[in-house]
Design a protein around this ligand. Sequence first.
Ligand SMILES: C[S@@+](CC[C@H](N)C(=O)[O-])C[C@H]1O[C@@H](n2cnc3c(N)ncnc32)[C@H](O)[C@@H]1O
Length: 336
Amino acid sequence: MTTDAFAGRLFGAATASLELATVYLGDRLGLYRALAEGGPLTAAELAAATGTHERYVQEWARAQAVCGIVEADDGHYRLPPEHAEGLVDRESPAYLAPLAAMNATGALVMRELLDAFRHGGGVGYERYGAEFRDAQQDLSRPLYRHGVGAWIAALPDVHDRLSAGGRAIDVGCGAGLAAVELARHYPAAAVEGADLDEASIDLARANARAAGVDVRFHVRDASDSGLGGPYDLITLFDSLHHLARPGETLRALRAQLAADGIVLIAERRAEGPFERFVHLVSVVHCLPTAMAEQPSAAMGGVVAPETVLALAAEAGFPEAAIAPIEHEMLRFFALH
Ligand SMILES: C[S@@+](CC[C@H](N)C(=O)[O-])C[C@H]1O[C@@H](n2cnc3c(N)ncnc32)[C@H](O)[C@@H]1O
């Protein structure tokens, strides 16, 4: 790449980052929602509908139109339905607006991250704040809503056991949405969730209540020997690489398994369209959060399949393999 081309690439990245900052504003201030529900609107009408300052909204709407996020026609702004789905439809797999909030929380931790780079240590998950936690659950909602049922159905033994009233726990459950979906799909099963982060467990309990399902959530370290097995299914969705002690944790979880139970792990595929994203998130979030506890295995978010299989073997699982579950963004591992 020439110097000019590289400068152009950097400029493009800066522009995209600014665009994401305006998506954050539109999301948080309800501007997209007001346009989706009541548009087309003038800037003045949009400001009135959202209780925001007209001059700022004018500037925002003009920039959104230039970026092609909204359409402008004779002073009126309209959000095309295809864009509204990604910006305001919380159930849609296309709903990626929370990435803007996640990105914005980077500013909160940047000084700590600089410090961690210079001196070691990490940046605790809780340091990314409530907005990060909310964004994590908003991104997880459509993923698990549309995924969990099909993923478990692809494992006939587990499906049969849970259908007949087995026990399952989601470890590193965050806001509990995967556990809620497990309970929804398997009403006869006893479902639990565990996470170290107390505020996430508060969200998880509220999510279970809102969904009308009975899930027991615990503030617990994933390697806690008092977790309460034996379980027919233990899941770790997007959480193995966050653990400071993944090997020790897998060993402890093995002791919590029922005879013929399985541990199902999902990790992100750092390849194809996700390669850059997974590598970049690892620098600013996955690695620093895992290094907040010391000593740490410091896996980072880019996890090779061989690494998971080696950890499983070291933890004493006689059988570990990539599970027959197709997903463009996640790779699944079944440990027996
Ligand atoms: C990327 S989040 C994923 C949350 C959830 N599984 C989801 O997909 O929405 C990783 C989670 O792992 C949790 N975690 C990290 N270390 C943990 C530990 N030692 N024990 C339990 N949970 C842990 C964090 O608190 C965080 O909620």
